[in-house]
Design a protein around this ligand. Sequence first.
Ligand code: NAP
Length: 353
Amino acid sequence: MKQWISAQDGLDSIRLVDAPEPEKLQDGEVLVRIHCVALNFRDTEVCMGHYNHHKTLEQRTPIVPCSDMCGTIEKLGPRNDDCGLKEGDRVMGIFNQTHLKGQITEKDMSSGLGFPLSGVLTRYRVFPAYGLVKVPDYLKDDEAAALPIAAVTAWMAINTFQPLGQPLTGVDKVVLLQGTGGVSISGLQIAKALGLTAIVTSSSDAKLDRARKLGADHTINYKTTPAWQDKVLELTGGKGADVIFETGGAETLEKSFSCVAYGGLISSIGYLSGKEDAPGARINANVLALRRNVTLKGMLNGPKERFEEMLGLYSRKQIHPVVDREFEFGQAKDALKYLVGGLHFGKVVVKVA
Ligand SMILES: NC(=O)c1ccc[n+]([C@@H]2O[C@H](COP(=O)([O-])OP(=O)(O)OC[C@H]3O[C@@H](n4cnc5c(N)ncnc54)[C@H](OP(=O)(O)O)[C@@H]3O)[C@@H](O)[C@H]2O)c1
């Protein structure tokens, strides 16, 4: 069968190769025929050899990249009687395959698809049954593939401190979404479905227009309004945002601290470069955190139980993930380059089958 592999030495070097068909299934295993793979920023980092901030994860090359797929169960292995899945079911993989409940652990981090485990940019893959979630009927394959990292991370960015089954609600709760990539646009859809108020920032007026069509209550172009934190305070009557999707990192974090509500939540999603600021150059993050009494919570996706909780809302509200563009399987390299280029709005998908 065909699959893409990366030696983690650049996007141009990823290769489509022949690989052996998966062999006999072991107890609890499931063979999945993959239909669609949605790309994440992480996948481009893995292919470029830049995904190295989780120091304890073993580097393996070459690796099949990508983590987020929708496929159909081709075959169930032995001892799967209670797994709740059957042949023909459409399924998504959970990102960290062993992270089923509660707090993520070091062991769960070692079960990440597309690094350090072999990923999903392949025609077939064997999964443990527990690492799969059924796709709600109303979702198309490409939409379902868009959910495991982007939407689950967005769900957790809003609901990480909420008890399971009691997501955040209320028009008085303001969520600030930075940029219009996969996580932020999922966050926008979830925020609006929960009845929250959403503010979206982007470098592009055209993208902000699309965000408004998806329900964004307020939009700010962070290129033409570099002091967007002041605008957030203005839009919220001085209160600030209750939840901030901190995807920007070093360039955005200080501004986020200036426009978060008292007692608010900055969900640290993207990379926080510049933690060791030069003396006098920038206020240290610890000082910023205590100044407005906020929690800075590092996000590492979320467990299966929260994925399923999220799917409940998706099904009830019939939320369709936003797929910006689809590429053929043989164009996976172009798809990864397109993602790096940042012209997308929402998710980029590779059609495998
Ligand atoms: N911790 C976790 O569990 C987790 C999970 C998923 C993703 N992530 C991380 O979160 C970040 C976003 O992931 P993604 O998959 O959504 O990426 P993506 O789809 O590639 O999003 C890229 C978009 O982010 C926006 N952006 C870029 N620089 C920005 C800046 N300085 N300020 C504000 N927005 C900026 C741009 O939007 P505009 O063109 O609209 O400006 C760009 O199109 C990445 O760093 C990723 O690695 C972490």
